[in-house]
Design a protein around this ligand. Structure first.
Ligand code: SF4
Length: 413
């Protein structure tokens, strides 16, 4: 394994979204690895991270490292039995900076924790025996957590008794994680168990007392993946939108995974490897991923009427082409602009972009959104920047919701 073995260590999974970290920990547990989500963010997160930051780091980096440092405050913390999962990339984005900084921090502290950073470049060989099984279960964990989040966001704005949806969500999450974590079973059996837990989830959410007549504004949410999914980083903006009469349609994680898969194919073609073993391997892997995704989503084909996702990421990229062609612009900015147009076509009343302060994706999108909004008949698009200040957003959201309401009235006239 990369940097040592996970044997005898507890592996902490960074908490981008709570459900995502829980499901990913379950995927590692299915391999017999003692895995848990890293602690959630709070004021201590920034305090701890700040001791090691220069000020150039982005918010997700500070939150991820601060939450790792929170582990060191736990009474049972022992560095020699602790590991942190920290994927990395080579791109220009500061994500590639997390790993060296985490290594530096723990080296300065003189603590022999393992920073575990599996990489796709070597076919995840660093995970060791069973790597392929883990990668497949991890993909299912991504899909399942996306589905659970969608269920929560669909039902919560309509619930008659506050807290019902959150309670069901936590119960179901436990059941789904148990199914993902099953050990010594084949992929088919695990898929069957996870699917059964998801069907239970659907029934449980369906049984919540809701007010179907409650008028809701449909608000699409795009932006930087960590910040839009991490409720601590975005100051629980989704709940604020819901409190002010909105239903949130949040861009999911699978969308990003499919985008990177698609880029992988394009890069192979560009390198003249259109007919290569690498390309063959990609195609097979993507076909398996599609099959698993389809199997997990099949009980939900009619669950989110009016909020259907595109069949392929290319549909989103085609929509952003006019503003940010994928050949010249990369990453989340392309997806955010394309998905904004997708939301508009599906009847959204407004779109909010959640971005960390100083992130290039948000800065580029902010320059493009006024034109996009004009082309979309004035649908309000507003970018909210987040830093570590833990702001009360109620007034800004209220103003945005008024714009969304006015847009809806104009549109439906
Ligand atoms: S996209 Fe922006 S916020 Fe996210 S990791 Fe990269 S630099 Fe940081």
């Amino acid at each position: 394994m990369n940097g040592g073995s996970l044997q005898g260590r507890r592996l902490y999974i960074p908490q981008m979204s709570y459900e995502g970290a829980r499901c990913m920990a379950a995927a590692f547990q299915s391999m017999g690895i003692d895995a848990l989500p890293s602690p959630a963010g709070d004021a201590e997160t920034y305090k701890l991270a700040r001791q090691y930051l220069s000020g150039d780091e982005c918010l997700p980096e500070a939150v991820t490292l601060g939450n790792f440092l929170k582990v060191t405050r736990q009474p049972d913390y022992r560095p020699e039995t602790t590991a942190f999962l920290l994927p990395t990339s080579n791109g220009p984005c500061r994500f590639g900076h997390y790993l060296p900084l985490a290594k530096k921090i723990f080296s300065e502290r003189g603590e022999p924790v393992l920073i575990f950073s599996p990489s796709s470049a070597g076919g995840y060989e660093d995970i060791g025996a069973g790597a392929r099984d883990l990668v497949r279960t991890a993909w299912r964990a991504v899909v399942v957590s996306d589905i659970l989040r969608k269920l929560l966001l669909w039902y919560r704005p309509l619930e008659r008794h506050a807290g019902d949806s959150d309670r069901i969500y936590h119960q179901i999450l436990d059941a789904v994680c148990q199914a993902l974590a099953l050990r010594d079973v084949g992929h088919r059996k695990r898929l069957h168990a996870v699917r059964a837990a998801l069907i239970e989830a659907k029934h449980a959410f369906n049984a919540i007392a809701i007010d179907k007549q409650r008028p809701l504004l449909l608000i699409g949410v795009v932006g930087e993946i960590f910040c839009r999914l991490n409720t601590f980083s975005n100051d629980e903006l989704v709940r604020e939108i819901e409190a002010q009469g909105g239903r949130v349609w949040l861009s999911d994680v699978a969308e990003w995974v499919w985008y990177t898969n698609d880029e992988e194919i394009i890069n192979l073609k560009r390198a003249g490897r259109g007919l290569s073993f690498a390309m063959f391997g990609c195609r097979i892997r993507h076909a398996v991923m599609h099959a698993d995704e389809h199997a997990l989503y099949s009980p939900f084909t009619d669950a989110f009427p009016g909020m259907e996702e595109p069949r392929h990421t290319n549909e989103i990229l085609q929509k952003s082409r006019r503003y940010l062609p994928r050949e010249g612009a990369h990453g989340e900015m392309v997806l955010s602009v394309g998905k904004t147009i997708w939301y508009w076509e599906k009847g959204a009343d407004g779109v909010i972009d959640i971005s960390p302060f100083t992130c290039m994706n948000g800065i580029v999108c902010e320059a493009v959104y006024p034109r996009v909004s004009r082309d979309l008949n004035g649908m309000p698009i507003r970018l909210f920047y987040f830093d570590a200040l833990q702001h009360d957003w109620s007034e800004e959201v209220e103003m945005f919701m008024e714009l969304a309401q006015a847009y809806r009235r104009r549109r439906d006239r």
